[in-house]
Design a binder for this molecule. Sequence first.
Ligand code: GDD
Ligand code: MN
Length: 359
Amino acid sequence: MTRSPRVCIVIPTYNEVENIRGLLGGLREVLESRGFGDFEIIVVDDDSPDGTWRAVLEESARDSRVKLVRRVGVRGLGSAIVEGLGRCSSDYSIVMDADFQHPLGVVPRLVEEALRNNADIVVASRYSPGGSIRGWSFLRRIVSLGALALAYTLVGESRRTRDPISGFFLVKKGVSLEGVNGASYKVLLEILAANPQAKVVDVPYVFERRLKGSSKLGFRDTIDYLIQVLSISRMARFALIGLTGIPVNLGVMALLLSLGAPVDIASLTGIEASVAWNYTLHELWTFKYKFRGGFASATSRYVGYHMSVLAGLATQYATMRSFYTLLGVNPLLGQLAGIVLGFLVNFLLSRGLVWRRAY
Ligand code: GDD
Ligand code: MN
């Protein structure tokens, strides 16, 4: 007989004293009855004023499978989750909330689906057929859908699940947590971005009403999420670096002009300086290639990047010209449209041809 896998449940808590005892008891029951008795539960509490951590300590004295991480002087749902995941050494780690909004019965199903599909990541999903949300206000629903749309638009790796912003999910041992720091509370999104090759499976579930205690997430968390998505997004990084290339270009050109260089030389040198600048930063940051493949392959990407830049510049000029000539649009507006389209062409070619997939 094969042994059942070891499972580690990470539960972040802040002021959940009314929920935590019942949750730990319920989890123990559901896991044992489904044959997953070899588990550990890691509660990461940020020194809750209501004494949640004390209740967890009492539980862990009774059952050594329950462990407490009490963080003093630190707060944050995302970092608490990352801290807990870092302490798991089991075959499967599961992240869930302490307030019964994530139904206990779904926990063993996540493990069963992981085993059945040999999946690396299993997402408990509210947005899959059969899943739903009970008791959310219209506003909260809209904010959640906005967050979902943003993730889908900016982080391609998130499109492998219906609910990349879920707080309820499983990761198999071996899934990389490199660069996952929990700066916002959407840790799953960071994990998906860090593991583009991982096999992802969804399990639909109904997100329940909170019966005791209150939600801790607020406006500040929404802002943190926005910053987070932007920093994960390759397209956003590409655009940011593109912007920094503009002063490099003009600065070098102005310097050469002031030294008396001819205009064409100054202009071309400025362009080349910005291309080299952008290339290096894309290599190191946007696509994080770390000069993989040695000098020869870096050189071929450098040449490739020039060609994609040329295509982008051609797009820019052609857009401006056709807007101006065919539609009579103001050339500056045409130029602006050209910059946007040229940027897209440049990004897509760079991603598809120059820094191909392996990042
Ligand atoms: N350690 C720690 N530190 N835990 C925290 C903190 C914190 O700063 N803030 C919240 N928690 C714990 C709560 O005690 C609870 O167990 C869990 O994290 C979720 O917090 P809630 O305040 O209940 O979040 P929610 O129900 O509004 O949001 C849920 O849905 C989101 C999806 O829309 C969570 O599951 C989110 O993670 C999820 O993204
Ligand atoms: Mn909740």
